[in-house]
Design a protein around this ligand. Structure first.
Ligand code: PHE
Length: 332
């Protein structure tokens, strides 16, 4: 008994699918639906007859018939949307009366523009550009820069550490200075490099502090490099970026990896504004990479391009650089 019903269901399925393949309009599809799924449709007939079947057959035929109903209903929906979208009149889909609009040109991010300008200034003075990784080892970010564990100077660089099962010495670099050690480790003097890159600090943000920012590191190591070279090079840089008559000032400052250490300020409408840290590379840093400290000396510096751009372009809040507001970004 149930075999006959099952054969019937198979036939309905076959015919329904065959019929579906030749449909082209919503009306035709509606006829198809009435024929197979409607109140007097083929499938509904089978479902109605189920109560007359022996109890064992009811289950089998019933479940198969219900599956087929769901399947055909889905097919109906799929074909309905196909027909509808396929028949869309082009006039309805596109407003051909709408005037054309100019495609907006993209542009470089102000940080990128500034970084390139700074790098260019140093390239012209013989510095070569290199880049490093944003994930760094504690050893390069601190130890090799004469900042041993538990040294209070580490507090100067609030660090974001990386949680890892395999390592407990991974961090997001807090400055680009680790590249000093990495470059010297791989190269004998002379060294003249400029290193742009992103840095991260675990810090509350305000108008002049971001938790991520760019830095540009510079390093020159050779025989006979003196503090006068540091001053001359950085003064030349300021002239290239801020114009030939800009006044500069150097003051003593402390960074564990330089000795003596300084900060450099520029005259800004009668005020001194600090733009970078610098100094003569500390002998301990040179020793850590195996350089002969009797033979070689060097200078290093580090600056934030966003900070330089803020001065150059009179930007009052560093957070604008990363808030993705086109009203800000499209001004540069
Ligand atoms: N790395 C220092 C900082 O992040 C800047 C610096 C670089 C100072 C090189 C001296 C020499 O503050």
């Amino acid at each position: 008994m149930s075999e006959k019903n099952i054969k019937e269901l198979d036939d309905i399925k076959q015919q329904a699918l065959l019929g579906l393949s030749s449909l082209g309009s919503v009306d035709q599809l509606e006829n198809w639906r009435v024929r197979y799924l409607g109140r007097k449709g083929d499938l509904t007939n089978v479902l109605r007859g189920i109560s007359n079947l022996p109890i064992d057959d009811r289950k089998i035929v019933g479940s198969k018939a219900n599956k087929l109903r769901i399947y055909l209903e889905e097919e109906y929906q799929v074909n309905l949307s196909k027909i509808k979208s396929g028949n869309l009149d082009i006039q309805d889909a596109i407003d051909i009366t709408l005037p054309g609009r100019k495609v907006k040109m993209g542009r470089l991010h102000p940080s990128t523009t500034m970084i390139r300008e700074i790098i260019q200034a140093f390239n012209e003075m013989g510095f070569q550009t290199v880049e490093g990784d944003e994930i760094e080892l504690e050893k390069y970010n601190f130890d090799m820069l004469n900042i041993p564990a538990d040294h209070p100077a580490r507090d100067q660089w609030d660090t974001i550490w990386i949680d890892s099962d395999q390592h407990d010495d991974l961090l997001l670099r807090t400055h680009t200075s680790p590249m000093q050690a990495r470059v010297m480790e791989k190269n004998d003097p002379q060294v003249r490099v400029i290193v742009p890159g992103k840095c991260y600090r675990y810090e509350a943000t305000d108008a002049t502090h971001e938790w991520h920012f760019n830095q540009i590191e510079g390093l020159a190591v050779d025989t006979n490099i003196t503090f006068a070279d540091l001053k001359g090079t950085l003064y030349e840089f300021v002239k290239k970026i801020f114009g030939p008559s800009r006044k500069v000032r150097f003051r003593c400052d402390f960074f564990p990896f330089v000795e003596p250490g300084v900060d450099m300020s520029i005259d800004w409408n009668g005020r001194w504004i600090e733009i970078m840290g610098a100094g003569m590379v500390h002998p301990k840093v040179l020793e850590a990479v195996g350089y002969d400290t009797e033979k070689y000396t060097g200078f290093a510096f580090g600056m934030g391009p966003e900070r330089i751009s803020m001065l150059q372009n009179e930007i009052t809040d560093i957070r604008h650089f990363y808030s993705n507001d086109l009203r800000f970004l499209s001004q540069f």
